[in-house]
Design a protein around this ligand. Structure first.
Ligand SMILES: [Zn+2]
Length: 113
């Protein structure tokens, strides 16, 4: 048994969680973009509904992509060993904070940007 210092978050555990989350987001994204299928235009009303649905799924796709990018950026930081350090002051972010917000890039003090 390794006797490490104070209980810290294991970046590998977080990386696993984030990988799972990234997979889910990719699946969601694939689903949302697949719904953009307009191969069977029926009537005008249906087209309008479809267009609205397409706009909604485009919004969703944008939101999911943004989320996915954040998750992938966090995974990248874990790989590089820079995860958990504040981008402003470089100080280690409180593990309790990281546990709740694994995607955060700022310590509590610099979070309000
Ligand atoms: Zn900071």
């Amino acid at each position: 048994m390794a006797t490490e210092t104070s209980p810290t978050l294991d970046p590998q555990d977080v990386a696993e969680q984030l990988s799972t989350r990234a997979e889910h987001l990719r699946a969601q994204l694939a689903q949302v973009t697949r719904e953009d299928d307009t191969s069977h235009p029926a009537d005008v009303l249906d087209l309008a509904t479809k267009r609205q649905a397409a706009e909604q799924s485009a919004d969703q796709a944008t939101a999911i992509s943004a989320r996915l990018a954040e998750v992938e950026a966090a995974l990248e930081r874990i790989r590089e060993g820079t995860w958990g350090a504040c981008l402003v002051c470089g100080e280690p972010i409180d593990p309790a904070r990281l546990e709740v917000l694994p995607l955060t890039t700022h310590c509590r003090e610099h979070a309000s940007t």
